[in-house]
Design a protein around this ligand. Structure first.
Ligand code: MN
Length: 163
């Protein structure tokens, strides 16, 4: 009896892990079934919307979404364990790594953030910005959040006469 219940438990576990059927069909997540979420205040400054979120299941590890920042909105400082790619889809944005210069980014620009590099990204103070963000997960994590980007740090960009 005891052995039988153990086997039953092992089979039940196996169904979701080792013995899972490989995916064989293309899946489409319809726009109508998706829910846009607001960027959490502990991880973002200003108004940020995330839509078209995706996370592939193992052994794939890619995930991401379309992130839209209103003017002056930005992420907090953070790192990605396996790096991150950003593809700007519209507007005018900024990206900076720790102790680096703030760089302006615009539509169709592609940004690569290497693994473990502390950085932030967001909109300029004048314009909103949207980007597709893609990152691979390591042990189920795609991001390590840190402190907010202060107005002083963000304002480094708006000082001076511009370019
Ligand atoms: Mn990032």
């Amino acid at each position: 009896m005891k052995m039988k219940s153990l086997i039953t438990a092992a089979v039940a576990l196996g169904a979701t892990t080792a013995f899972a059927e490989p995916e064989r069909e293309v899946s489409v997540t319809r726009a109508s079934s998706q829910v846009a979420t607001a960027g959490a205040p502990e991880h973002f400054t200003g108004s940020v919307k995330v839509q078209s979120r995706f996370q592939a299941s193992s052994p794939a590890r890619v995930g991401g979404g379309l992130v839209s920042f209103e003017a002056a909105a930005r992420t907090a400082w953070h790192t990605h364990p396996l790096g991150q790619t950003l593809i700007v889809t519209e507007g005018s944005g900024l990206v900076q790594h720790w102790e680096g210069d703030i760089q302006e980014i615009g539509p169709s620009d592609v940004v690569w953030i290497p693994p473990g590099v502390k950085h932030w990204h967001g909109a300029t103070s004048e314009d909103g910005m949207s980007h597709i963000a893609v990152a691979e997960s390591l042990d189920g994590k795609t991001v390590e959040w840190m402190e907010h980007v202060t107005d002083e740090q963000y304002g480094q960009n708006s000082g001076g006469d511009g370019e």
